[in-house]
Design a protein around this ligand. Structure first.
Ligand SMILES: Nc1ncnc2c1ncn2[C@@H]1O[C@H](COP(=O)(O)OP(=O)(O)O)[C@@H](O)[C@H]1O
Ligand SMILES: N[C@@H](CC(=O)OP(=O)(O)O)C(=O)O
Length: 569
């Protein structure tokens, strides 16, 4: 009895559906047509995909029932002052089917926003919750503006180049989309005031950083929702921190708390029942449960927003739309010939993200796995590409290697106990030191008296603390061990079927030996999907290229399939 979300447009005589050259070669670009809805000619016909069509004369009846949808819900069109307004009504309480998340690269301009709107509407059977990141590189620019404000003096804040860029980008987008400037003008004003405040205080705390970057998502969602409403598609903007995203107070890297799920579900369902409209939600943001202040979920956190909504609403699918054809066999900036991986498990995707593949937020798979909701990674520039489907299980029979991930600038610690062999509790002591200092450990290999492990120092938000943190760790560990701190190391993670580790390692060591690279540490995770190697930073990129070439050289398969060469069918 649910209402379907149907794509609408105006069929213009002689043009039929406009097709966009690059974006939607096969998808009717109904949204471009909808833009003309304010000037419908008598010969134009309103179009409702899959539900037939009706003439303007019928539309002027004020309220027109377009059709009964799957399950008994209805979509209605209202002609208000010559504007088509779509209304959704619901039958069985299953108000939403999927989450669609669009990253900054998908929202870089007014043109991209139009294309994304068309893309969303082209999924005529979906009732989506839309999650958006900030436009283009806005988050980075906001951070730079904040850093500059700390030292530039109050009177110079208005001249900060990044502030001008952000203002210009958002105002131009609003103008080009035909949306009222008031949609963002108050935020732009507040942003400038905030930068002045930072300049006055001469400091940028983590809490202020989160407030500062929140302007990006707050503005992109307001613009996009306003645009949809302008073209006659009912949409409602939500700030995640008001929607029910409750987090820890770890500014810049907050964790989502359980209370979020029921709160988000209640609010979205409630609003839909009262007044159906597509929710347009800010990604990346939350509200600290103690402080009540705006928090962020770590860079790239909008993926996590989408999967959290997916779990909260029990959706059928979570789509994350990127600027690549899915999760690739390798970072394309390292190996441009990287191929899309058609299918991943949640475990593989989580390891891949955790070990540095920028394509997914490290924590984003958790809600999807808990709710068992498939995640599809798609390319908003190339929607026809199948993308990557991430599910609980997949056929691993023939799988060997899925993807290679590189994490650079990692610090490695060799810790050797100063006590005699077999000392009880050595590992426990070492790890309690990391726990006390709040430092996380990535890769670990142990013997009875020594531990080698890696720390990730690349905390984007607190770089200046890194050396101090490391010194502190070494100081604490030296009370019980001899510590050797090795910086500028890389972790190369081989994601795939670690049940076939002998096969993978045979090939890996052959490649490394040919390239004269020494592995300094190796670890196979309990997850059975990851083998990690530690090498010098200076050798890492070359190493990844050579490994990728060796494992994926045929170019037409995303996994090494067992073949005769390895004596396996
Ligand atoms: N294994 C990988 N597969 C796909 N993309 C990757 C991978 N590793 C790194 N990337 C990078 O991740 C980018 C997409 O992630 P991101 O920039 O966060 O997208 P968005 O901002 O659209 O959410 C790609 O443009 C690509 O350069
Ligand atoms: N805008 C935030 C959050 C985010 O998720 O961005 P993106 O989806 O563009 O990676 C960031 O840049 O980190």
């Amino acid at each position: 009895m649910a209402a379907s979300f149907h794509a609408h447009g105006v069929e213009t005589p002689g043009r039929g559906f406009v097709r966009n050259s690059r974006l939607l070669s096969n998808v009717p670009l109904t949204l471009h047509l909808l833009r003309f809805s304010t000037s419908i000619t008598s010969s134009s016909r309103l179009f409702c995909a899959g539900s037939g069509s009706f003439s303007r004369r019928r539309a002027t009846k004020k309220l027109v029932k377009i059709g009964d949808k799957k399950g008994g819900g209805r979509v209605e069109a209202v002609l208000k002052e010559d504007k088509i307004e779509k209304r959704f009504s619901d039958g069985n309480g299953k108000n939403f089917t999927c989450a669609m998340k669009f990253g900054g690269s998908s929202l870089a301009s007014a043109e991209r926003m139009r294309e994304i709107a068309a893309l969303i509407l082209s999924f005529s059977e979906e009732r989506p919750v839309v999650v958006l990141s900030a436009m283009g590189k806005t988050t980075n620019k906001l951070l730079v503006a904040g850093e500059k404000a700390v030292s530039c003096g109050v009177s110079n804040t208005s001249e900060i180049e990044e502030l001008s860029f952000i203002k210009e980008l958002h105002l131009r987008t609003v103008n080009e989309l035909g949306v009222d400037r008031s949609v963002v003008s108050a935020h732009l004003e507040q942003l400038e005031q905030l930068l002045k405040g930072i300049a006055m205080m001469k400091e940028l705390t983590l809490r202020t950083k989160d407030y500062l970057v929140s302007f990006g998502e707050c503005m992109s969602t307001r613009i996009f929702a306003a645009y949809l409403n302008t073209i006659g598609v009912r949409a409602r903007q939500y700030d995640a921190f008001d929607l029910g995203f409750i987090t820890t107070d770890d500014f810049t890297n907050a964790d989502i708390l359980e209370a979020t799920y029921p709160a988000v579900a209640k609010r979205l369902h409630g609003d839909w029942v009262n007044d159906p409209a597509i929710p347009i939600v800010t990604g990346f943001l939350g509200k600290g449960w103690k402080s009540g202040a705006i928090t962020t979920l770590g860079r790239g956190g909008s993926d996590l927003t989408a999967t959290t909504i997916g779990k909260a609403l029990g959706l059928q699918e979570i789509q994350v739309w990127k600027d690549v054809d899915g999760v690739l066999t390798c970072d394309p900036s390292i190996y441009p010939c990287a191929e899309p991986v058609p299918h991943l498990t949640f475990d593989e995707a989580a390891e891949l993200a955790y070990f540095g593949a920028q394509v997914l937020h490290p924590q984003s798979m958790r809600p999807a796995r808990e709710g068992d909701i498939p995640v599809r990674v798609k390319n908003s520039y190339n929607p026809q590409a199948p993308g990557t489907l991430i599910t609980k299980t997949r056929d691993m029979d023939k799988a060997v290697l899925t993807s290679i991930v590189l994490k650079q600038n990692v610090t490695m610690l060799d810790i050797v106990s100063t006590r005699m062999l077999g000392q009880v509790g050595f590992l426990a002591k070492v790890f309690s030191i990391f726990e006390d200092l709040g430092i996380s450990v990535d890769v670990v290999a142990t013997s009875e008296v020594s531990i080698s492990l890696t720390l990730d120092p690349s905390k984007l938000w607190s770089r200046e603390l890194i050396q101090q943190e490391l010194d502190h760790v070494a100081e604490e560990l030296e009370k019980i061990a001899v510590v050797n701190l090795l910086q500028h190391r890389s972790i190369i993670s081989l994601i795939g079927n670690a049940q076939r580790s002998s096969l993978i390692l045979e090939k890996v060591f052959h490649v490394l030996q040919v390239n004269g690279v020494n592995v300094q540490m190796i670890s196979q995770g309990a997850s059975k999907v990851n083998i990690s190697l530690i090498v010098n930073d200076s050798e890492a990129v070359q190493c990844v290229k050579a490994l990728h070439y060796s494992f994926f050289e045929s170019g037409d398969q995303s996994e090494l399939i067992l073949d005769a060469e390895f004596g396996n069918g």
